[in-house]
Design a protein around this ligand. Structure first.
Ligand SMILES: [Zn+2]
Length: 330
């Protein structure tokens, strides 16, 4: 709670002198509490274009946790989640993804599962069909409950304080990077897991071409950018053993193809937004309008297919998508 108090204090100071900037805060490092970070890069909201503000991704010099700062406050973040944010997430196509996620539960004895950030509950239903009893927590009011499952509404970690069951496993797919307080998230999960219970957590990895050089992070909805090292530090701090970190490319991608092109566009002073606009154009038009740039783009795309292919990225442990498997100490 101390960290949250510090953040709030800091926020009100910012607000006092900054007028309309009241919705923006500059947090301390969530992992070590330091206020000493260096900017890695800035980027805009290139998924929903809610505004064209540039958001800085910074890295704590002390513990290497990367985070967004400044960032929208908890009360202001809602405007960056448009009502179509959840549409299509739990489509039939997602069943393939659930098969891959199932690799992490299949070795465990079926018991009680809690899914954090469960959206419409399709993954919960998938797990229920395989013998588990399931509970979900979802902060968004834009999601529904078509399967009629036990889904509780509320912000995380606060909503977890009212959960008094204990679980054999907790899953959180692409959720922790959205929290304002991931440390509070880990602590709350530790409280609701049985000793020896598993936390399976998928997040993006800052130590990857995908996150660091291809500008694939979803800003300003992603507030934290983890790594093998910072996941291990969170585990140590909150009573978990980190059993392993998998570098995956078949759940939400993560190869980082596009990184060479993004860096080349930056180096030429064209910028990554120009690259995104350029890729919207049909191939023939690209070559007609900017032949030299189109030729470079095509050559780098071929190169990326070799140097950033999925097998290489996994073997080098530089995928943009990582899955941490944690066990609560008993
Ligand atoms: Zn730190």
């Amino acid at each position: 709670m101390a960290a949250a108090d510090q953040i709030n204090t800091h926020t009100s100071q910012e607000a006092a002198g900054a007028g309309q900037e009241a919705d923006i805060e500059k947090p301390r490092c969530n992992l070590c509490g330091a206020d000493d970070a260096v900017v890695l890069y800035t980027d805009s909201d290139h998924r929903y274009f809610v505004d064209d503000r540039q958001w800085p991704v910074v890295m704590c010099k002390r513990c290497k946790l990367a985070y967004l700062s400044p960032r929208p406050t908890p009360s202001a973040i809602g405007r960056y989640y448009p009502s179509n944010f959840y549409v299509g997430r739990d489509s039939v196509a997602a069943q393939k993804r659930y098969q891959r996620q199932w690799r992490y539960l299949a070795p465990l004895k079926p018991g009680k599962l809690l899914d954090i950030g469960c959206a419409n509950g399709d993954w919960m239903q998938f797990v229920k069909d395989r013998g588990w009893s399931v509970t979900g927590i979802e902060p968004s009011e834009n999601s529904e409950n078509p399967h009629g499952l036990d889904i509780r509404r509320g912000r995380i970690p606060e909503a977890l304080y009212d959960v008094h069951d204990s679980f054999d496993a907790v899953t959180a797919w692409a959720v922790f990077e959205h929290f304002h307080d991931p440390l509070g998230g880990f602590e709350a999960v530790a409280r609701v897991l049985k000793p020896g219970g598993h936390l399976i957590l998928l997040v993006t990895n800052i130590r990857s071409p995908f996150s660091r050089y291809a500008y694939q992070e979803d800003l300003p909805r992603h507030l934290y950018f983890f790594s093998d090292k910072t996941l291990a530090a969170y585990a140590e701090k909150t009573g978990f053993d980190l059993l392993r970190v998998d570098h995956t490319t078949d759940i939400f991608g993560g190869s980082g193809r596009g990184a060479l092109r993004a860096q080349a566009f930056q180096a030429l002073g064209l910028g990554v937004s120009t690259l995104r606009e350029f890729h919207q154009l049909p191939l023939a038009q690209r070559f007609r309008e900017r032949p030299a740039v189109a030729a470079m783009d095509a050559a780098l795309a071929v190169t990326e297919r070799f140097v950033l292919n999925d097998t290489v990225v996994r073997a080098l442990r530089v995928s943009g998508i990582i899955v941490g498997v944690f066990r609560r100490r008993g």
